[in-house]
Design a protein around this ligand. Structure first.
Ligand code: CUA
Length: 404
């Protein structure tokens, strides 16, 4: 026995170290540090239940250990006396768990009611609409629509109205709070009939970029259905609204050419860009596309090279995507037939649709520095985090830079 100890420690030590590495590093999608009241109600409940169970575990294992040691078989002991039934014990172990369930149920029910409350006065309504495989965000009171990345004011109640354009998705930005199903709206000849539209009412108290993703298997590209919640202060939120409403002019020749190609291609059948004739409703709204953290809901970092490839090869790059490529059709649409030069020009145009710098309000007069995000972010949430952080850092740098 004595020699067994070092051997166990030899295996145990690296095991513990490995386990502890799970606590290191950045966790952009942690549920343990919520930044909203909604998230905190849930994480407090989780903590309550966890501590209850830890307490129960200690009692059970403590009693078990004591009994195993105290009543262990000793050499020469007679066989133990069999015992059948003990009314007192049976009542005790029926009432005990019932009480535990009650203790857990009370805060749980309270949390359910708290998180299902009506929209508070002055809440900003944001409709989050799930699509295979991207997110649409509409601000009905403000007449603004965006995709995959949405802005939220800090310190103001927000009511997220969740619905789906196709199958069931699940809205989950862990640091905003727990996931909720995004259910389809049924369209009948009599009109639109919601099945069960969920809401999340929350108020964020910390600015920053918070990553999220679809949390319900919804088909081929379910794993590439990311989103980014950008929580900003009220003034910055108002600036964003102003920017997204202001038509942007492309800055360079290539971008201007791209806009022209975009407007005469099939792109406009599905996409909208504010201030242009593109009014399509099927695909993501591309207004201020250059500002987005990614291409195709987290598939790739948002830069011109990636965007060119996406425009040319969307169906190959994201299996199941409805967007047609240059040579391969998609979503019932024929191939776009765009040449590489066309795609490059369109990519330059879309990348130019960025928020203007502070002090450079006339639209389209400058662009943020190019993103240095990695080329791809498929399948690795961490890389998406880096891309999001980089995009945000780039945006911050852009805001701070004086107009040249
Ligand atoms: Cu949408 Cu999974």
């Amino acid at each position: 026995m004595r020699q067994g100890f070092p051997r166990i420690t030899r295996w145990l030590a690296p095991g513990v170290v490995l386990l502890l590495t799970a606590c290191a590093g950045e966790h952009p999608q942690t549920v343990l540090r919520p930044i909203t009241d909604y998230g905190r109600i849930q994480s407090d409940l989780w903590a309550t239940v966890t501590w209850w169970t830890v307490g129960i575990m200690l009692v059970v294992f403590g009693a078990l250990t004591y009994i195993l040691v105290r009543y262990r078989a000793r050499p020469g002991d007679p066989p133990p006396k069999p015992i059948y039934g003990s009314t007192r014990l049976e009542i005790a172990w029926t009432i005990g768990p019932a009480l535990i369930i009650l203790f857990i149920a009370i805060p749980t029910i309270r949390a359910i009611f708290e998180t299902q409350a009506e929209d508070p006065e002055g809440a900003l309504v944001i409709q989050a609409i799930g699509h295979q495989w991207w997110w649409e965000f509409r601000y009905p009171e403000l007449g603004v629509t965006t995709a995959n990345q949405f802005y939220m004011p800090e310190g103001r109640p927000v009511s997220l109205h969740l619905s789906s354009a196709d199958v069931i998705h699940s809205f989950w930005v862990p640091r905003l709070g727990g996931k909720k199903d995004v259910n389809p709206v049924v369209r009948t000849p009599e009109g639109v009939r919601p099945l069960h539209l969920n809401r999340i009412v929350l108020q964020a108290d910390s600015t920053g970029d918070y990553k999220g993703q679809c949390a319900e298997y919804c088909g081929t590209a379910h794993a590439i259905m990311y989103m980014l919640a950008r929580v900003v202060d009220e003034a910055e939120f108002q600036r964003w609204i102003e920017d997204i409403r202001t038509p942007m002019e492309p800055a360079g020749d290539l971008a201007a050419q791209g806009r022209e190609i975009f407007q005469r291609s099939t792109c406009i059948a599905c996409h909208t860009i504010e201030g242009t004739s593109a009014r399509g409703q099927l695909g993501p709204n591309l207004t201020l596309f250059g500002d987005r953290f990614s291409i195709a809901a987290g598939l790739m970092a948002n830069n011109e090279e990636n965007l060119t490839e996406w425009i040319l090869h969307a169906p190959e790059l994201k299996k199941g995507a409805l967007m047609p490529g240059a040579r391969v059709g998609g979503g019932g649409m024929p191939p776009t037939g765009l040449s590489r030069e066309d795609a490059r020009a369109i990519a330059a145009y879309l990348s130019d649709l960025r928020r203007p710098l502070l002090g450079a309000r006339p639209a389209g007069s400058a662009a943020a520095p190019p993103s240095t995000a990695p080329d791809t972010m498929v399948g690795t949430t961490d890389t998406t985090g880096i891309a999001a952080d980089t995009a945000s850092a780039a945006a911050d740098t852009a805001r701070q830079q004086p107009q040249l």
